[in-house]
Write a protein that binds this ligand. Structure first.
Ligand SMILES: CC(C)(COP(=O)(O)OP(=O)(O)OC[C@H]1O[C@@H](n2cnc3c(N)ncnc32)[C@H](O)[C@@H]1OP(=O)(O)O)[C@@H](O)C(=O)NCCC(=O)NCCS
Length: 182
C-alpha cells in the first residue's frame, strides 16, 4: 500500500477512515474552516461526509489521499491534510489542509505538511506540489510561503456565481529538501 500513517513530534497523521465521519462533518460544515474553501459547498448533512471519505478510501491505486491530524498528547482530532489530482506521469500533485480554529497558531499544519511533502517526494516520487489559495486567505498564504511555495500563476474559482481570485502556489522539490526541515 502506498499510503501509510505518519508520525511527527506532536502529531499522528492517520489515514482517514469511515469512523471519522462525525469529525469530517464537523470540520467541513464549520463556517470558519470553510471561509476560503471555494471549491465546494459547506456540508449540511452528515451523509455528505461519507462522500468525502469514500473518495479518500477508494481502493488503491488512487490519485488522492487524506490523513486525519491527531494531537498525540490526548488523541484529539485537530484537522486533516492530504493530496489530490496526482499526475503520476509528471510527478505533480495538489495539496489541501485544514485545522480546527482552536488549534491555529501552534505550527501544527507546518509540522504536518513538512512530513507529508517529504513523503510525497521520497515515496511517491513527486517533484512539484501545488496549492490553490484564495488571495484573501492570509493564514494559508503565510503557511505555504513558510514551506517555500512560490506563486506560479493565478486563476478564478467560481463559487455561488461569484468569481474568487486564487494564487496557484508551487513548491518544486529538490532532493531531500523537506527531510532537512524535519
Ligand atoms: C490554513 C491553516 C491550516 C493555517 O493554520 P496555522 O495554525 O496558522 O498554520 P501553521 O501550522 O503554519 O502555524 C503557524 C502559526 O503558528 C505559530 N507557531 C507557534 N508555535 C509554532 C511552532 N512550533 N512552529 C511553527 N509555528 C508556530 C506561528 O507563529 C504562526 O502563528 P501566526 O499565525 O500568529 O503567525 C488554518 O488557518 C486553517 O485551517 N484554515 C481553514 C482551512 C483553509 O483555509 N485551508 C487552506 C485552504 S488553501
Amino acid at each position: 500500500m502506498m499510503f501509510k500513517n505518519l508520525q511527527t513530534d506532536r502529531l499522528l497523521l492517520r489515514n482517514i477512515e469511515m469512523e471519522d465521519r462525525d469529525f469530517i462533518f464537523h470540520q467541513f460544515s464549520n463556517e470558519i474552516v470553510n471561509r476560503f474553501l471555494f471549491d465546494a459547498e459547506p456540508l449540511t448533512k452528515l451523509e455528505q461526509a461519507n462522500e468525502i471519505i469514500d473518495f479518500y478510501i477508494y481502493p488503491e491505486p488512487r490519485l488522492q489521499h487524506r490523513w486525519i491530524v491527531i494531537q498525540t498528547t490526548d488523541n484529539v482530532k485537530v484537522g486533516t491534510c492530504g493530496f489530490h489530482c496526482w499526475n503520476k506521469n509528471e510527478g505533480i500533485i495538489d495539496i489541501g489542509y485544514d485545522l480546527r480554529e482552536e488549534y491555529w497558531g501552534k505550527g501544527y499544519m507546518h509540522e504536518a505538511l513538512t512530513e507529508i511533502i517529504n513523503y510525497a517526494e521520497e515515496v511517491m516520487k513527486v517533484h512539484e506540489v501545488r496549492a490553490i489559495i484564495s488571495v484573501d486567505n492570509d493564514k494559508s498564504i503565510r503557511l505555504a510561503e513558510s514551506l517555500g511555495f512560490k506563486v506560479a500563476g493565478t486563476e478564478y474559482v467560481l463559487f455561488r456565481n461569484e468569481k474568487y481570485l486564487h494564487n496557484i502556489y508551487s513548491l518544486t522539490l529538490s532532493k531531500g529538501q523537506m527531510k532537512k526541515a524535519l
